[in-house]
Design a protein around this ligand. Structure first.
Ligand SMILES: Cc1ncc(COP(=O)(O)O)c(C=O)c1O
Ligand SMILES: N[C@@H](CCCC[NH3+])C(=O)O
Length: 432
């Protein structure tokens, strides 16, 4: 198992952020999400530095869908990032965290009237408008409130990135955004003539998630810059900001070979400069929206091993006290993970096993095949790189409560999300 961020081994026990993982597993009970705050902050700082947030006034908007407790909003703000939200709930969380509303990008392919009203009332910086329906709604709400809203248009640039089908978004057959090839984007721009309460300032595209190649991003930069030029020439509108979305791939298992944040940012900036010089336009403010690459490797999940079922000559199922309820990604995308036993670090991996969850589904398998050391019931198993789309996609299937999240940093731990209780789960149900 690869050690990420601040992970160290002391006396055969895994520590994260200087905190003994065996001790916190016992203290807070399992399953338990652990957040390596130092690594989150380091990733944020790498983005700010290499994407030239200070020198070029570029922007890095953390994609909150990856993991958005109030505490995370605070870190993101302290580290000078903007925030991308996709729902009233995420917006409300940011509001409760006192996140500056002007630094928020409000996404979503079907924002409701209530969500749009809420965004406008709270003073969200930019709406990333996805379709004609939303455009009309924003205009009518702004008219009613006598205010002007800055927007980006989200476009589908027709780029196919190599990733799982469920997390591709840039191709033409997508539910997101204005399609380029059928002229929808230009029809939307023309529509702006009828509206007095909307100001188009930027364009946005997002080509997918968990992408390792840099080429699709280079194509995306080229397409977007050509559009900036065309929109200026045809419609006399200055597109000042270009948002290239998120999607940068991370390490889950040995098969993954991610680019560094530095390499990714430098490639984007260089390509934008080259392309803009070539076509003779000023370089717009560049925006990116990383989620996974900020938080995935900073999160881990601790479980207690319960049943061990050895089916001779078939396989050994090692069952843990969580599963698809706290990590849906293996079931949904066949995503791979690494694991180890926190109290036996450094021991030889002598067994091949399948790590199974406790849900009533045969597909509730966390790791299909992994080599692991000698194990027994009661050992604490850790899966790494669960920081993105783990807690945020957690469910109460089988009425299993959501685990707590503990942040570890400089030898100290802090619960940032409490464990749900059975009572919490029933709070919204009628009791008669
Ligand atoms: C519009 C948009 N921006 C940003 C992201 C974040 O992507 P990732 O977590 O892969 O960086 C997503 C998710 O895929 C997205 O849909
Ligand atoms: N939830 C997905 C990616 C996010 C897609 C958001 N547009 C994952 O776990 O990989």
């Amino acid at each position: 198992m690869k050690l990420h961020g601040s992970m160290t081994i002391e006396d055969k026990i895994l520590h994260i952020g200087g905190v003994n993982t065996l001790e916190i597993a016992n203290k807070y009970s399992t399953p338990l999400y652990v957040l390596d705050e130092e690594l989150v902050r380091k990733n944020c700082r790498d983005y700010v530095k290499h994407f030239k947030v200070k020198e070029n006034k570029n922007k890095v908007a953390y994609a909150g869908k990856a993991f958005l407790p109030i505490y995370m909003c605070k870190i993101i703000n302290e580290e000078n990032l903007c925030l991308d939200v996709v729902s009233g709930g995420e917006l409300y969380t940011a509001h409760k965290a006192n996140f500056p509303m002007k630094n928020i990008f409000f996404h979503g392919n079907n924002k409701t009237t209530e969500e749009i009203k809420m965004g406008i009332e709270l003073g969200v910086g930019k709406f990333v408008v996805d379709n004609f329906y939303e455009l009309d709604l924003i205009e009518s709400i702004c008219k009613e409130k006598n205010t002007i809203q800055e927007i980006y248009f989200r476009i589908t640039p027709g780029i196919e990135a190599h990733t799982h089908d469920y997390i591709k978004t840039g191709q033409i057959d997508s539910k997101f955004g204005f399609t380029l090839v059928n002229g929808d984007l230009f029809n939307a721009i023309k529509k702006l003539d009828e509206y007095n309460h909307i100001k188009l300032v930027g364009l946005h595209a997002h080509i997918g998630s968990q992408i390792f190649e840099i080429d699709p991003y280079m194509d995306e930069v080229d397409i977007m810059m050509d559009l900036v030029k065309e929109i200026k020439e045809e419609y006399n509108i200055e597109i000042k900001e270009i948002d290239l979305g998120g999607g940068i791939g991370v390490y889950y298992t040995k098969e993954d070979k991610p680019k560094s944040i530095k390499e990714f940012c430098e490639s984007i900036i260089k390509r934008a400069e080259t392309k803009c010089n070539k076509i003779g336009i000023n370089i717009p403010t560049l925006v990116i929206e990383p989620g996974r690459s900020i938080v995935a490797n900073a999160g881990s999940t601790l479980y207690t091993i319960g049943s061990i079922k050895d089916i001779k000559d078939v396989r050994t199922y090692v069952s843990v006290d969580g599963g698809m309820t706290d990590n849906i990604r293996p079931s949904l995308y066949q995503a791979g993970y690494e694991c180890s036993i926190v109290n036996k670090m450094g021991q030889k991996n002598i067994n091949q096993v399948t790590v199974a969850g406790k849900c009533c589904e045969s597909g509730d398998i966390l790791i299909t095949e992994t080599n692991i050391m000698d194990i027994k019931t009661g050992d604490i198993l850790i899966t790494t790189s669960t920081g993105a789309y783990g807690y945020s996609m957690a469910s109460n299937y089988n009425k299993i409560p959501k685990p707590a999240v503990v942040s570890v940093y400089n030898g100290e731990e802090k619960i940032i999300c409490k464990k749900q209780s059975y009572e919490n789960m029933l709070e919204l149900e009628l009791n008669s």
